[in-house]
Design a binder for this molecule. Structure first.
Ligand SMILES: [Zn+2]
Length: 234
């Protein structure tokens, strides 16, 4: 047991929020946002140290208390979700087994020698498809077609498994921060090229997409000049 704890501390997967402590836990916060008669339900997943993930859950509850009321349905659902997220935050504990499983699924296992670039590709592509809150068939198709060109062992089924589990996938900018000290420059560049190609697949890059990609590159600690030299960031 102590051996395992020792290994956990050696992994160098630091919390993407404080960058200080190691990742200890993972939690998913459901939320609802109302727009008069319509409402939207969604999930935000957080992975990090206990105190940062707790802050995120409380933050989500606070945000919902401010903006989660503006439709009849959300008026009914919102109090339950706020209470759920507050409780989840209050009783949040370190959960190494869950963290380990999630990191494996994301392609960034504890042992950096087992890093799986294709798996990280699925993770980032899924997180990017989900970044705007909707899953579009065209975006998924583009991620598959381009993925097969970039990764020799791209497997559509594995990609779909990650897409299906999207409720428990952290935000793409948080994932990018986790990759900063984990991947070498070549790995980062391959993944970034993949994301860029997906964003470009519909002919144009929307301003939100561009802003997101810049944030991803920054969080991964990429050399922006290198990207410009490649024409990637233009
Ligand atoms: Zn933290």
């Amino acid at each position: 047991m102590s051996q395992e704890t020792q290994n956990q501390n050696d992994i160098g997967h630091s919390c993407p929020y404080c960058g200080d402590k190691n990742i200890e836990t993972i939690a998913t916060a459901p939320y609802v946002r109302g727009f008069l008669l319509a409402y939207q339900m969604g999930y935000k997943s957080f992975i990090g140290c206990v105190s940062c993930v707790r802050k995120k859950l409380f933050g989500e509850a606070g945000l919902s208390a401010l903006v989660g009321w503006f439709s009849i349905t959300s008026l009914i659902i919102n109090p339950f979700l706020i209470i759920y997220n507050l409780f989840q935050g209050a009783f949040l504990k370190s959960n190494p087994a869950k963290v380990k499983a999630k990191l494996n699924e994301m392609g960034i296992p504890l042992n950096p020698a087992e890093v799986n670039l294709t798996q990280i590709g699925y993770t980032l592509a899924a997180a990017m498809v989900l970044a705007d809150g909707k899953v579009e068939a065209e975006e998924i198709k583009a991620a598959e077609v381009i993925g097969e060109k970039i990764f020799d062992d791209f497997d559509e089924a594995a990609f779909h498994v990650l897409l299906k589990g999207h409720r428990e996938l952290p935000d793409i900018t948080d994932i990018a921060r986790m990759l900063k000290d984990y991947l070498d420059d070549d790995g980062k560049k391959t993944l970034f090229k993949y994301l860029l190609a997906i964003a470009k697949s519909d002919g144009t890059i929307a301003p939100e997409e561009k802003a997101l990609l810049v944030l991803v590159a920054q969080n991964m600690g990429m050399d922006m000049n290198l990207l410009k030299a490649d024409g990637a960031a233009s």
